[in-house]
Every structure is written in structure tokens, then in C-alpha cells.
Design a protein around this ligand. Structure first.
Ligand SMILES: NC(=O)c1ccc[n+]([C@@H]2O[C@H](COP(=O)([O-])OP(=O)(O)OC[C@H]3O[C@@H](n4cnc5c(N)ncnc54)[C@H](O)[C@@H]3O)[C@@H](O)[C@H]2O)c1
Length: 301
């Protein structure tokens, strides 16, 4: 629906406005930050990793300098409610208004790589804290501000893993992100809000997500149940190859930009993966047992 705020499908509508991106030091978040700077926005880059965050900010600042806009680096842990509240209040204090929020920070944990019963409770908690609570904290901290001025858009980074069953913390977190993002879309539309929301569900993208244990907190260190084994290392290598053959994150940033300016809800990066969902929907509709296999990993149909 067109309205006189951000939407209209023209980059000019983002010009001079402000974006906040979490997980902006690397991968997808870094590409979003660059794309927003190219669109003439102020950009607040936030991440838990301070040195790469400052490097990312410096590269984005080079783009922003051509547009007379500003970039800010803000170190924060999205799993920490107060830290995300501070990110919101400091961004608003600095720029007056935040218009685009990308709840993007995420970790894979043992992700798609472990067998049944091999994920300990700390792993579940760490991954859900970052991938799900990070998004919830973003909503809690920024939504009142966005609703008040009405010229805003939230992009939540879920995953194709949020559409495919998986007995692991990553899948659980991403299903929940898909559900609350679609639920928020529904609430915004039924209340007539001019704030938009999009759900990004990437397939494989060439980033450092397979190495997200670099950000694993001490308290969630692996124990005997999920400590790295030659088998799990081999599975990680397989995932790294899939990621390396995946999309360039800059191309995904283009899709995100287009979704914001055109008020598009779903952002898919790989329609062949989306097509695999029909088998699952059919088995649900026909009340049949699930097909065996995980299409994300090349199995199943
Ligand atoms: N790469 C893919 O194939 C793929 C596919 C589907 C979904 N995703 C999702 O994309 C998002 C971005 O990941 P990416 O692929 O760019 O990986 P990445 O590891 O390159 O980037 C993730 C960023 O999040 C940051 N981060 C981790 N924990 C954090 C925390 N607690 N607080 C703040 N920042 C934190 C990391 O430091 C890193 O800079 C994630 O939500 C991920 O689940 C990625």
C-alpha cells in the first residue's frame, strides 16, 4: 500500500533517513549497512564484535561521506534487553528519528549439524537468546518510537530454516522469528499503522555464519554432549562449502532495499528452496507423516 512515508519504490524516499542494523560487522548486516548508506541514509551499525564493527563502520562511512550522511558504531549484545534499549535511545537521541530497523544479528550454534540428543540446554539458550530474544528486544525497544512517527520499517532476518522442521535451536529460533514477524505484519495492517515489516528468509549466503561460535559466551561452552568431534567438523566443512557457493550478501541487501521501498513482506533469496515447502504443506493438508530429509542440506524432495 502506498503512503507518503518511506514507501514508493524510489530510493529518494530513504534519503536523509536513519537505519539501525544489528549484526552489522559482518556478512548480511554489513551489506545492508552499505546499501542504506548508498541510499543516502544515516546508518547505526551495531554488533557484539568491536574491532570488526569499527572496520565495517569505516567502510560504510566512505560511502556515506559522498551523501553527507553519518555512520555510528554501537557495540551491543542483542541478547541483552538493556543493551538494545540503549541502542534505541542513543540512536534516536543522535538522529532524532530511526526509520529502518534490521534485526539481523544471529548465530548458528551447532545449528543444522548435530544428530538427535546432541544439543545441550546451554546451546538452546544461547541461540534462542540471540536469534529470537534479539528480535523481541528490537521490537520492544524500537516499535513504540516507529509507531509514534509512523515512517518506519522493520526487517527481521529469519531463514529458510524457519520454514523447515529441525530439532535444533537454530530452526526453533527462526520458526519463531517467522511467526512473530508475520504476526506483527498482521497487527500493523489491522490497526492501520503506516509502519511496515519484512521477513527475510535467506537460503545459503556467503558469510561467516558457520563460524558463529566465535561469539559463543563462556557460559555456553560445549560440554561432553556437543563438544566438536571429527564428524561434526566434517559436517561444518560441508556447510561452509554450501555457504561459499551461496549468494553474495550484497545481492541480498538489494532485495532488502527493494522490499522496504515497496512494502514487501517476504524476502526470499532462493525460490528453488521455497518450492521444496510445497511437499511439507501437502503432507500436512493430507495428514500424512513428514517426508524424511532436509531440503536445506540437499536431502528430501
Ligand atoms: N548466511 C546464510 O546462509 C544465512 C541463511 C539464513 C539466515 N541467515 C541469518 O542472517 C543473519 C546474519 O548472519 P550472517 O550470515 O551475515 O553471519 P555472520 O556471522 O557473517 O554475521 C552475523 C553477525 O552477527 C553478530 N552477532 C552474533 N551474536 C551477536 C549478539 N549476541 N549481539 C549482536 N551481534 C551479534 C556477529 O558478530 C556477526 O557480525 C543471521 O540472523 C543468520 O541466522 C544467514
Amino acid at each position: 500500500m502506498f503512503h507518503p512515508g518511506i514507501y514508493g519504490g524510489r530510493v529518494e524516499h530513504l534519503k536523509g533517513k536513519t537505519a539501525v542494523v544489528t549484526g552489522a560487522a559482518s556478512g548480511l548486516g554489513f551489506s545492508f549497512a552499505k546499501r542504506f548508506a548508498e541510499a543516502g541514509m544515516n546508518v547505526v551499525l551495531s554488533d557484539i564484535e568491536a574491532p570488526p564493527l569499527e572496520q565495517a563502520r569505516a567502510s560504510v562511512a566512505e560511502i556515506a561521506s559522498g551523501h553527507g550522511t553519518e555512520t555510528v558504531a554501537h557495540v551491543s549484545d542483542v541478547a541483552d534487553e538493556q543493551a538494545v534499549a540503549d541502542l534505541a535511545s542513543e540512536s534516536i537521541a543522535r538522529f532524532g528519528q530511526v526509520n529502518v530497523l534490521c534485526n539481523n544479528a544471529g548465530v548458528a550454534g551447532s545449528g543444522l549439524t548435530e544428530g538427535p540428543g546432541t544439543i545441550n540446554a546451554k546451546e538452546w539458550k544461547w541461540v534462542l537468546d540471540v536469534n529470537l530474544w534479539g528480535v523481541i528486544h528490537g521490537h520492544q525497544a524500537f516499535l513504540p518510537h516507529l509507531l509514534e512517527h509512523g515512517d518506519g520499517h522493520i526487517v527481521n532476518t529469519a531463514s529458510m530454516a524457519g520454514h523447515l522442521p529441525g530439532h535444533n535451536a537454530y530452526s526453533a529460533s527462526k520458526w519463531a522469528v517467522v511467526a512473530i514477524t508475520e504476526g506483527l505484519f498482521n497487527q500493523l495492517k489491522t490497526t492501520g499503522s503506516t509502519v511496515g515489516v519484512s521477513c527475510l528468509c535467506p537460503g545459503w549466503v556467503d558469510t561467516k555464519i558457520a563460524d558463529s561460535s566465535r561469539n559463543r559466551p563462556e557460559w555456553a561452552a560445549p560440554d561432553a554432549l556437543n563438544e566438536p568431534s571429527p564428524e561434526s567438523e566434517a559436517r561444518y566443512d560441508f556447510i561452509r562449502d554450501l555457504l561459499a557457493s551461496g549468494k553474495n550478501p550484497d545481492d541480498v541487501a538489494e532485495l532488502v532495499h527493494d522490499a522496504i521501498t515497496n512494502d514487501k513482506f517476504w524476502i526470499f533469496t532462493d525460490m528453488s528452496m521455497v518450492a521444496t515447502l510445497s511437499g511439507r504443506f501437502e503432507s500436512v493438508l493430507e495428514n500424512k507423516n513428514p517426508e524424511w530429509g532436509n531440503p536445506l542440506l540437499g536431502g528430501g524432495d
